[in-house]
Design a protein around this ligand. Structure first.
Ligand code: DCP
Ligand code: MG
Length: 627
């Protein structure tokens, strides 16, 4: 098998030091990558960030090694069987290809930086970054030539580009301009899906047809209108599905567009040589695992190695990889009413100043409340997300008796959750509300959610295919790659069978006005939270508490589900009531004991027999009992 590129002690250690800071964004093509790597390495060595990166590297190495061992155990007959399974699956997936829709992904260019330049034209043409010495939110294209990019600490940016000008963030401004862009998007698709402040997906099938114009003309016109209304440029990608449209919008950035025709051959050719990292949902971890274990670096190779993929990964993960190889992606618009949560978060320089932390919390509560009221949403689970100064990500949640949406209600409970964590030094706070009043049935019985046929769903991977900021994975499969042996796989296959159940329609991602979905963690967050993921999701897809099946690509549902158990436990602790959920033993879960299909009485029986109360710390990743 292929050697992992993540390991290696060389005389020039920065050469193997690949972090989010060294990953090229649009506008960074000509950058001296080695110089950037060296500066980032030297300046971050010894820092908490560096330690965290090392943990991540070690994690990836371990994953690669485990999978290499599994791979080596496969016999020729295993491989030939898995090859047959994979080929059959590819045909099934191919049959779901939908070329009837035209999707446009629009992404503003250097958004925060461009907005700041509008208000201060003297910044034009000069390298500048929005953010601070500790964190850069984005950099303009002049600064990117030096290797300066989003998420990089400002002091490293300054080292790479001594002329770099810093402008502090001003979210009110960005929200204002974002709203202006959305008014334009609405003219082309009233149900457009906003993925972040500066990104949206539009189904332009109808508008092209009604006006008898090409998608290329629509893209050009839309971009011109955005410019007229805002003075800002954007880039667009047009393709038959959202996954590819997002890749396309990056091709001619800034101020450009790329149209991929709705033809199978065009899609297949386009995807074949595409590096897997360009796909939303494949970040550094997945990329390294696929390359390290199977030598896969382009989408086409996903199909060439399909047998191994099916042998090593869970069904949902391999489905995602095979779909990527085929260039399949989500094509239908999820209904807004099915949205699962609404959230926002804010990154800032690490501080333990309580007044500042509570002030930020207040602002977040206010913004979240406004967003909720815009959409008429009320929810009863409130989750507080924190990233500590040492990059540890924690979530704390509470489920309330009543539905809330007002600033005061959100703040009241958020303050309680935060207060319990003090003293603490934080660099990020996020708030998330879920369990909306329209989510009938879900708060009380999450197992009821295992419904629609996942395999048959065209959009089965939509949570992997969009909403992610550049370069992030949203597939916790990367942290939970199936490590079952081939015989386990057979059992898993049996359990999944043709009636494999999960959420068929994952629509929590739709219309995320002004919010960044918290469950779409950036990679460092995912890795930090992987402890929690591992605790909760057994064998890659089963909740170790109640047995509900949720593939890794259903990130938001998983987050919500985990919040639910967390909140339930918190309340149990408070009221000293016996927990309702049951705890399946690992062997039961491996053996495919699927309580989602069991009768209530059986559940209760199991609960009495096998159930055990789990300490709250289990969920917080502290003193976690080993499974
Ligand atoms: N952002 C952030 N932190 C990050 C990435 C982005 O705060 N790690 C913010 C600042 C960006 C905005 O989100 O301006 C949009 O993110 P993009 O990834 O779309 O980046 P830009 O719009 O800045 O640049 P591009 O031209 O590459 O789209
Ligand atoms: Mg952008």
């Amino acid at each position: 098998m292929v050697e992992s590129e993540t390991s290696g002690d060389t005389a020039q250690p920065w050469q193997s030091y690949h972090t989010a800071y060294t990953n090229a964004k649009a506008g960074m093509e000509g950058v001296d990558k080695e110089k950037v790597q060296r500066v980032v390495y030297e300046m971050s060595k010894g820092s908490k960030y560096f330690e965290n990166e090392e943990r991540k590297e070690a994690f990836i190495r371990q994953k690669v090694e485990n999978l290499q061992v599994q791979c080596a155990k496969l016999t020729e007959s295993d491989i030939s069987n898995y090859q047959k399974v994979a080929e059959k699956r590819i045909l099934e997936l191919e049959a779901t290809r939908d070329l009837s829709r035209v999707w446009l992904h629009v992404d503003m260019d250097a958004f925060y930086a461009a907005v700041e330049t509008l208000s201060n034209p003297s910044l034009k043409g000069k390298p500048m970054a929005v953010g601070s010495m500790s964190m850069i939110s984005t950099a303009n294209y002049e600064a990117r030539k030096f290797g300066v990019r989003a998420a990089m600490p400002g002091f490293i940016g300054r080292k790479l580009c001594p002329e770099l000008i810093f402008v502090p963030t001003d979210f009110k401004k960005y929200t204002y301009y974002s709203d202006l862009t959305r008014k334009v998007f609405q003219r082309y698709d009233p149900n457009f899906m906003a993925a972040s402040l500066d990104e949206a997906y539009l189904d332009i099938t109808a508008v092209c047809k009604e006006r008898s114009v090409t998608s290329e003309e629509i893209a050009r016109e839309l971009r011109a209108h955005v410019y007229e209304e805002t003075g800002l440029t954007c880039s667009a990608g047009v393709a038959p599905n959202r996954l590819i449209a997002k890749v396309c919008s990056d091709i001619n950035k800034p101020n450009g567009q790329f149209v991929l025709p709705n033809e199978r051959m065009a899609v297949v050719t386009f995807i074949s040589s595409l590096p897997i990292r360009k796909i939303g949902g494949i970040g550094k971890v997945t990329e390294n695992i696929l390359r390290g274990v199977l030598g896969i670096s382009t989408c086409e190779q996903m199909l060439q190695k399909c047998g191994y993929i099916c042998a090593l990964f869970s069904q949902s993960t391999s489905d995602f990889f095979l779909s990527v190889g085929l260039g399949l992606g989500a094509t239908s618009t999820p209904q807004a009413r099915l949205r699962k949560s609404i959230s926002n978060e804010r990154t800032f320089s690490a501080t333990e100043d309580e007044a500042q932390l509570f002030k930020k919390l207040e602002e977040l509560a206010e913004m979240l409340s406004v967003d909720m009221q815009k959409e008429g949403l009320c929810g009863r689970t409130l989750t507080l997300k924190l990233k500590t100064a040492s990059f540890e990500v924690r979530t704390r949640a509470v489920t309330l008796q009543k539905y809330i949406s007002s600033r005061d209600d959100i703040l009241k409970h958020a303050v309680k959750l935060l207060r319990a964590e003090l003293p603490i030094s934080l660099r990020l706070i996020g708030l998330r509300v879920s369990h909306f009043n329209e989510d009938r049935g879900s708060p009380s019985d999450p197992t009821q959610k295992t419904i629609t046929n996942f395999i048959a769903s065209k959009d089965s991977h939509k949570s992997s295919s969009f909403l992610l900021p550049d370069g992030t994975d949203n597939d916790p499969g990367q942290t939970s790659v199936n490590e079952a042996s081939s015989s386990d796989y057979n059992e898993v296959s049996k359990v999944l069978g043709s009636d494999n159940c999960s959420f068929g329609e994952q629509s929590g991602n739709s219309i995320l006005y002004n919010v960044t979905c918290m469950s779409n963690l950036r990679e460092d967050e995912q890795l930090n939270s992987c402890k929690d993921e591992k605790l909760l999701w057994f064998d890659d897809y089963k909740c170790s508490i109640c047995g509900i099946e949720l593939p890794p690509s259903f990130v938001e549902e998983r987050q919500e589900h985990s919040d639910f158990h967390l909140a339930e436990k918190l309340q149990m602790e408070e009221s000293s009531i016996q927990p309702r959920s049951i705890m399946l033993s690992p062997s039961q879960i491996r053996k495919g004991k699927n309580i989602t299909t069991q009768s209530k009485s059986k559940k209760q029986k199991l609960s009495r027999k096998e159930g055990r109360h789990m300490p709250i710390d289990y969920f917080f990743g502290k003193n976690a009992p080993s499974l």
